[in-house]
Design a protein around this ligand. Structure first.
Ligand SMILES: [Fe+2]
Length: 159
């Protein structure tokens, strides 16, 4: 086993960086979904949701940067073109969504996909002894699960 300069198995680290790139790509789609609904939302809930979606995309923007910089820390290059992002898409792409329920459902569906990717990275990071990636995934998962609960509550549903 070859170790890199941060003490992680080179081969496992490469695989983890690839997985993180998949997460990065899907996070960018989630971010763009949030911009879309922030701009296009209509109806009586406009003022609430317009602000809430901005709060969420600001948070997603920070996380995108954290993921990209983790990939660099692991010695790889973060994906950075729209072409690569759309190729990796698992998160649904929302277009022309202006109805409040559809917008909130898009968030739930997007986060469900991100959570799947993050859980698989969490497992791989554990096996690779990569505490940095592991704790990042734990934080993301905890926060996103809470957001899903809140969005589902807004829809009048349970998780
Ligand atoms: Fe705005």
């Amino acid at each position: 086993m070859t170790l890199n300069s941060i003490g992680l198995d080179t081969k496992k680290t490469k695989a983890l960086a690839d997985d993180l790139n998949q997460l990065l790509a899907n996070f960018q789609l989630y971010y763009q979904n949030l911009r879309g609904i922030h701009w296009n939302i209509k109806g009586r809930a406009f003022f609430d949701l317009h602000v809430k979606f901005e709060e969420l995309y600001t948070d997603a923007n920070l996380k995108v940067d954290e993921i990209a910089e983790r990939i660099l820390t692991l010695g790889a290059t973060p994906l950075h073109t729209f072409e690569d992002y759309t190729k990796a898409a698992k998160v649904p792409v929302g277009k022309n969504i202006s109805k409040d329920e559809k917008a909130v459902e898009l968030i739930v569906e997007s986060l469900s996909e991100l959570l799947k990717i993050e859980r698989s990275i969490l497992e791989a990071a554990g096996e690779a002894n990569d505490e940095g990636t592991n704790s990042m995934m734990s934080d993301f998962i905890t926060e996103q699960e809470k957001t899903v609960w809140m969005m589902k509550a807004w829809l009048g549903e349970t998780v």
